[in-house]
Design a protein around this ligand. Structure first.
Ligand code: GTR
Length: 363
């Protein structure tokens, strides 16, 4: 419904008193030159206050081919399943998990989506293989429970028990994000993907995961965040629907202990989620939201991209043409290095979302 909401987004934002993206914690101004230091400061803040500290390696990643089909999808796609083994040479531990790759045939190096997903099946309603490969892109999928179970298990499953918690207080979101980066380590070793078109993508809790992964790992040139909401791409202060108290009660393992101190104390946070969206700059970041996804709160999600756009302006990149008002249902903002859409319907990772992501990558 156009025009019903009359307050501008900048006025809504002003009332929230958000920590600024373009000031260091000590109050210094951020410039195009010192943006890398500010980005680093932002990442350390999220590590300390929300997602926890992940192992930094170095890692050696090898893959054992466990399945291969050369004539998949009308002979147009090579499907391979690998069992990846990650060797952390600093901590002397190793961990294995499976990944499926679908790579279309053709001469040039292919764009690659690394998708972290809810189900161990392919194709999947969140991974429309043919629609992706017909646009010339490959997709590699990780099933998140293979990395660490989505359960309140005191980090006793998957990769969790390999690392001491007093040194690494990483959350499940941190673990799942880590597996996307390790999958990229392996994918790049295959020497068949286009390094300028590497994307990470996930939906909902795995949208939060994609954002945390892509904010940290600069090899991901496109970061797609689908319906991630609370503790993902939605500004926390003032948001409707899910809040820190809900998410940390229901899913305490998605964040570290520090984050729980901000239940009903959002105004005391030295950060908010708009800073994490901004931390992807100068690479591409894109938020997909849905009008009926009120638990995630698409308007608070929009605020993050609206604010992060300032970094794209500062860095002389192509900003998005975001209007200073709440987005309307069906609106897509595609023209810049940062993008956003609010589609019809509810919480879901739809074909429409995928089509927008493929378009944004100009595939
Ligand atoms: C909900 C959770 C959301 C979102 C969603 C999902 O229960 O409250 O933050 O992550 O699950 O992952 O589907």
């Amino acid at each position: 419904m156009k025009g019903l909401y009359i307050m501008t987004i900048s006025e809504e934002i002003r009332r929230l008193n958000l920590p600024p993206i373009l000031k260091f914690a000590d109050g210094r101004d951020v410039t195009a030159e010192n943006w890398p230091q500010r980005r680093d400061e932002i990442l350390r803040i999220f590590e300390e206050h929300e997602y926890g500290c992940s192992p930094r390696g170095p890692f050696e990643v090898t893959g054992e081919l466990t399945y291969k089909r050369e004539d998949d999808y009308a002979n147009k796609v090579l499907t391979e399943k690998y069992r990846l083994t990650v060797n952390d040479t600093a901590e002397n531990v190793s961990f294995s998990f499976p990944v499926v790759f679908h790579t279309p045939y053709g001469g040039r190096k292919k764009p690659l989506f690394i998708l972290i997903n809810f189900r161990d099946q392919t194709p999947d309603e969140y991974m429309p293989v043919e629609e992706i490969t017909d646009r010339g892109a490959a997709v590699a999928m990780i099933y998140y429970n293979d990395v660490a179970e989505d359960a309140n298990d005191d980090f006793k499953s998957g990769v969790g028990p390999l690392y001491p918690r007093d040194k690494y207080d990483w959350s499940k979101i941190g673990m799942w994000a880590w597996s996307m980066s390790r999958t990229l380590d392996f994918a790049l070793s295959l020497d068949r993907y286009n390094e300028r078109k590497i994307a990470c993508v996930g939906h909902s809790r795995l949208g939060k995961t994609s954002l945390w992964c892509g904010a940290q790992d600069e090899r991901f040139k496109y970061v797609f965040v689908n319906d991630s909401g609370c503790s993902g791409d939605a500004v926390t202060r003032g948001k409707t629907g899910e809040r820190i108290v809900h998410i940390t009660n229901a899913f305490p393992v998605w964040s570290n202990d520090k984050y729980k101190e901000y239940r009903d104390r959002e105004d005391e946070m030295p950060f908010d989620q708009h800073m994490l969206v901004a931390a992807v700059a100068p690479r591409h970041v894109y938020g997909g939201t849905a009008v009926l996804d009120t638990w995630a709160d698409p308007y608070s999600q929009y605020m993050s991209y609206y604010l992060a756009n300032d970094v794209y302006k500062l860095l002389g990149m192509k900003p998005a043409d975001f209007p200073d008002r709440r987005p309307d249902t069906g609106e897509r903002f595609m023209g810049g290095d940062i993008g956003f859409h609010m589609r019809h319907g509810a919480h879901f990772f739809s074909r429409e979302d995928w089509q927008c992501y493929l378009n944004f990558m100009e595939l």
